[in-house]
Design a protein around this ligand. Structure first.
Ligand code: SF4
Length: 107
């Protein structure tokens, strides 16, 4: 099966996402990379994430009973309807704060 990628350019971020063909769904699907291990940022320094990524300690939810992933966090901003990729608008996770990690706890 032919290898495909989807090219993204938004807010100064530029990267390709590989896609694989899902036989059951009958279409190509994005294969998301681990943005914690291989990060990308917007030009302003906001980190790129995807909606099913596990929540970080700085996440906040309007509805606490929902699943705690990036997609349910109030700082998550999807970039388009066809993808789960989005931008995290939490200032504590911006590139200038590179010391942030999943292990650190907010004050
Ligand atoms: S603050 Fe950002 S990284 Fe943390 S859970 Fe919310 S969207 Fe995800």
């Amino acid at each position: 099966m032919e290898k495909k990628t989807r090219h993204y350019e938004f807010e100064g971020a530029v990267f390709d996402i590989p896609m694989f063909y899902d036989e059951r769904m009958g279409r190509y699907i994005e294969e998301y990379r681990n943005f914690n291990e291989n990060p990308a940022w917007t030009a302003d320094g906001y980190p790129i994430t995807h909606s099913v990524e596990d929540a970080c300690p700085w996440g906040e939810w309007d509805n606490p009973s929902r699943c705690n992933d990036c997609g349910s966090c109030r700082f998550y901003s999807p970039i388009a309807a066809h993808t789960r990729i989005g931008v995290c608008r939490q200032e504590k996770r911006m590139r200038a704060n590179k010391k942030c990690s999943q292990e650190e706890k907010p004050n």
